[in-house]
Design a protein around this ligand. Structure first.
Ligand code: UDP
Length: 315
C-alpha cells in the first residue's frame, strides 16, 4: 500500500492504522509542510518504509501495490496561501502520478478531496450532489480548484481507463499529530490556550465549522478504501459549532485563561460548513463517535507534550 502525504495529520494516522492491521506500507512525503516527527514511531517497523519525494515529479515506489491513498497536499490555509503554485501542482500533476501508479499496478486509489470543493456553500448542510460555490480566482482557489481538478481527473481515469478509484470529501479534522499553530483553527486555538497567548478569532466568530476527530475520519477513509464505492463520499462530523463557541470550548477544556482577540476575516472564508453524511452512513455504516470536547481534550493532552509547541500565527 502507498500513502502519499504520509507525514501529515491524516497520512500519518492512516499509515499507523494500516501497519497495525498487518499491511506493508510505503509512505511518501516531501516534508514541505511537516517535519516527519508524526512518523517517528513507525520508522523502525519493518512493514513501514518512508520515501522522501515530491509526488509532482513522480512516485518512486517499486513492486506490487494494491491500494494508493493519495493525501499529499498542503491543507492549512496559511500553508497553501504561502505555496500557491505548489498546491495547484500537487493537486494536478501529483494526482496524475498517483492515478498512473494505481492504474499501472491495478491498485485501488482513494483521493483525499475536501469540503472546500463546496466553497462558501449556498446549500446547507452539504450533500455530495451539491456542486459548490467557489471563487475560481480568489486566493483560496489554489486549494479548492486543485482539489476540484483532482476530482475531475480521478473521475476521468475511472471512465477512460477503468481505474478503481474513490473520492472522499474530508471536512475539518483535528487530533494528535496536528502541527502546533499550523494556522488551522483547532491547532491555533489549542496552542494559544496552552501557551497563554490570545485565541485569535477571525471576524465575528459567527462562522461555523463541523470538526471531526482524526480516529473517526481515518475509520471512514479505510471503510471507503475497503468498499467498492466510487464516491464522492462526504466524511466529517455533522456536529456544527461557531468559531466563537469553539474558542470557549478550548478555554474550558484546557482550563486556560488566555484572552480572545478578534482579527480580520480572511478573503472568501466560508460562512458555514456541515457535512450531510447520510451516504456514508447508509452505504458503509460509518458515523463519527468522538464528541468535540473529548476530542479536543485528547488533542490538548498530546499537544502539551510536544516540544515544538509554539504560539499561534495569523492565517
Ligand atoms: N479561524 C480563526 N482563528 C484562527 C484560525 C482560523 O478564527 O486562528 C477561523 C477561520 O477564519 C475559519 C475557521 O476558523 O472561519 C476554520 O479555519 P481553518 O483554517 O481551520 O479551516 P478552513 O475550514 O477555513 O479551511
Amino acid at each position: 500500500m502507498v500513502v502519499t502525504g504520509a507525514a501529515g495529520l491524516l497520512g500519518s494516522h492512516l499509515c499507523r492504522r494500516l501497519v497495525a492491521g498487518g499491511a506493508e506500507v510505503v509512505g511518501v512525503d516531501d516534508l514541505s509542510t511537516s517535519d516527519g516527527t508524526n512518523l517517528a514511531d513507525l520508522r523502525s517497523d519493518p512493514r513501514f518504509g518512508f520515501v522522501r519525494a515530491d509526488v509532482t515529479s513522480g512516485i518512486p515506489v517499486d513492486g506490487p501495490v494494491d491500494l494508493v491513498l493519495h493525501f499529499a497536499s498542503p491543507a492549512s490555509p496559511p500553508d497553501y496561501l504561502r505555496l500557491p503554485l505548489e498546491t495547484l501542482r500537487v493537486g494536478s500533476a501529483g494526482t496524475w502520478h498517483a492515478l498512473d501508479l494505481a492504474a499501472d499496478r491495478g491498485a485501488r486509489l482513494v483521493l483525499a478531496s475536501t469540503s472546500e470543493v463546496y466553497g462558501d456553500p449556498l446549500e446547507h448542510p452539504q450533500t455530495e450532489s451539491y456542486w459548490g460555490n467557489v471563487n475560481p480566482v480568489g486566493p483560496r482557489s489554489v486549494y479548492d480548484e486543485a482539489k476540484r481538478f483532482a476530482e475531475a481527473l480521478t473521475a476521468a481515469y475511472r471512465r477512460q481507463r477503468g481505474a478503481d478509484t474513490a473520492i472522499v470529501r474530508i471536512f475539518n479534522t483535528y487530533g494528535p499529530g496536528l502541527r502546533p499553530g499550523d494556522g488551522r483553527v483547532v491547532s491555533n486555538f489549542l496552542s494559544a490556550a496552552l501557551t497563554g497567548k490570545p485565541l485569535t478569532i477571525y471576524g465575528t466568530g459567527e462562522q461555523t465549522r463541523s470538526l471531526c476527530y482524526v480516529d473517526d475520519l481515518v475509520a471512514g477513509v479505510l471503510a471507503v478504501a475497503a468498499s467498492n464505492l466510487a464516491g464522492p463520499v462526504n466524511l466529517g462530523n455533522p456536529a456544527e459549532l461557531t468559531v466563537a463557541e469553539l474558542a470557549e470550548t478550548v478555554l474550558a477544556v484546557t482550563g486556560s485563561s488566555s484572552p480572545i482577540e478578534h482579527l480580520p476575516l480572511p478573503v472568501d472564508d466560508p460562512a458555514r460548513r456541515r457535512p450531510d453524511i447520510t451516504f456514508a452512513t447508509t452505504e458503509l455504516g460509518w458515523a463519527p463517535v468522538v464528541e468535540v470536547r473529548d476530542g479536543l481534550a485528547r488533542t490538548a493532552r498530546w499537544m502539551a507534550e510536544q516540544s515544538t509547541l509554539r504560539p499561534a500565527r495569523r492565517g
